[in-house]
Ligand binder design. Structure first.
Ligand code: HEM
Length: 249
């Protein structure tokens, strides 16, 4: 199945709107119906934003396994947006913590980051997300080169691990929810490791790695005609698809 450019554009618009809805819902509720957010609206907002950040991180990581399982190469065209929404939710989650928990008092925030391990871990995840968001453009992919870009974007796995750990350490008793996120992340990571292992094995068998000093494996060498999405895509997305097709996520 290969949607047309127009269909992909419409799908992107739909995903964009769907991704903005949780934020819009929280913002509008906070302004007009704070009671709808429970006894502690500030806590509800911070937590919901944290949840969405983690969901978008995992959704970003799920794109490649899903693409491999279905053959829907066009899914890659949604990945950058999903990753940027993870970053967006991390920033607003942090902002709501800074505003509601510490009323923007920087010294208090710094003390808290140092003192509470779950905050330290969350803050580290946020810091690590910054270079990924900053290098998400096609121009940055070209500037860094596909190999270095991919190496940098592999950080998304440790970032997601920090996100799960942050959640795990935050909850006092019932760890069911962070455990569910942890299992999903473990499955995504296992998929990546198995795929990398298979590639290395087939690379050894065919000697394919020897002809790719840039580190790209056999999947990158799939002849162009078997990658219809890459051929059909045009413009900026086409460049991103080609250069990031084997990115870690
Ligand atoms: C990638 C970065 C981050 C992710 C994925 C993330 C995710 C989460 C999640 C899933 C929760 C629990 C939500 C729930 O209870 O359902 C949470 C709570 C929380 N996070 Fe984060 N977080 C991140 C970064 C940060 C940062 C940078 C800070 C502050 C420095 C922070 C502060 C908090 C606080 C204070 C809570 C608890 C809210 C409360 O109980 O009032 N998080 N976060």
């Amino acid at each position: 199945m290969q949607p047309t450019q127009g269909q992909i554009g419409a799908l992107k618009a739909l995903v964009f709107v769907a991704a903005v809805v949780p934020f819009g819902h929280l913002a509008l509720s906070a302004i007009w119906f704070p009671d709808a957010l429970g006894a502690n609206p500030a806590e509800f907002i911070t937590r919901s934003l944290g949840d969405w950040c983690l969901r978008f991180l995992l959704a970003t990581l799920a794109v490649t396994p899903l693409r491999r399982a279905t053959g829907w190469n066009w899914l890659l065209r949604l990945r950058r947006m999903l990753g940027l929404f993870a970053f967006f939710y991390a920033v607003v989650h942090f902002t709501s913590y800074v505003a509601f928990d510490h009323l923007f008092v920087v010294v208090e925030i710094l003390k808290d980051i140092v003192k509470r391990p779950f905050i330290t871990v969350g803050f580290s995840a946020l810091l690590l997300l910054i270079p990924l968001a900053a290098t998400s453009t096609n121009a940055m992919v070209r500037r860094l080169g596909a190999h270095r870009w991919r190496a940098l974007h592999r950080l998304v796995y440790p970032i997601a691990m920090l996100g799960v750990l942050h959640f795990w350490w935050m909850v006092k008793r019932d760890v069911t929810e962070p455990a569910i996120y942890g299992v999903v992340l473990a499955l995504l990571l296992a998929h990546r490791l198995v795929h990398a292992w298979r590639e290395a094995r087939s690379g050894r068998a065919t000697g394919a790695h020897a002809v790719r000093p840039d580190g790209a494996g056999p999947e990158a060498q799939v002849p162009a005609p078997t990658q219809p999405a890459a051929r059909a895509a045009s413009g900026a997305d086409s460049a991103a698809l080609r250069s990031t097709d084997r990115s870690p996520a």
